[in-house]
Design a protein around this ligand. Structure first.
Ligand code: HEC
Length: 151
């Protein structure tokens, strides 16, 4: 009789251990799965900020205000905010010659930026929502649509 109770106890304990291990494993599976989608879904804002710091910042400055007589501002730029497709084109093609931003004329050269569609979408989305700007989002598909008209 004692033996049966002992066996029962052991079986129960084993069962519990197995059960909790099973539960633990299930949890582990969920947690190991989480980083993958999280890493894949870096927000457009974060990705765009990285592109900005790598690419645009040297000229347009960290605060997006540009430099007088050299680089026009992106912060509060009426030119930028007026037309997002023109902004996409600006990044793909660059520009040279006169450009008027917030009533001030700039006459410089912005070289074409060798960035892919999603980098351009992200960096413009970032710029449109930074430096006090309140602009639209830009999608990779929109960048592609502009690129297709340029070739
Ligand atoms: C080598 C310097 C340089 C770099 C790098 C550069 N720009 Fe420019 N950008 C300029 C200059 C100069 C102009 C004005 C060009 C002209 O006079 O035609 C300009 C104009 C612009 C304009 C239109 C005017 C305005 O201020 O709204 C936008 C938008 C713009 N740049 C966005 C960007 C973005 C976004 C990046 C990064 C992906 C970038 N630029 C990288 C120099 C640069």
């Amino acid at each position: 009789m004692k033996k049966t109770i002992l066996t029962l106890g052991v079986t129960l304990t084993l069962g519990l251990i197995l059960f909790s291990c099973g539960g633990g494993n299930d949890n582990k599976t969920t947690t190991t799965n989480t980083p993958t989608p999280a890493a894949a879904s870096v927000s457009p804002m974060d990705a765009g900020q990285a592109v900005f710091k790598r690419t645009c910042f040297a000229c347009h400055q960290a605060d997006g205000k540009g430099l007088p007589n050299a680089f026009p501002p992106l912060a509060g730029s009426d030119y930028l905010l007026a037309d997002k497709f023109r902004a996409v084109r600006q990044v793909i093609k660059g520009s040279s010659g006169k450009i008027t931003v917030n009533g001030t004329e700039f006459n410089g050269v912005m070289p074409p930026q060798a960035l892919n569609d999603s980098d351009i979408a992200n960096v413009l989305t970032y710029v449109y929502h930074s430096f006090g700007n309140n602009g639209p989002n830009v999608s990779p598909a929109e960048v592609k649509s502009v690129r297709d008209t340029i070739k």
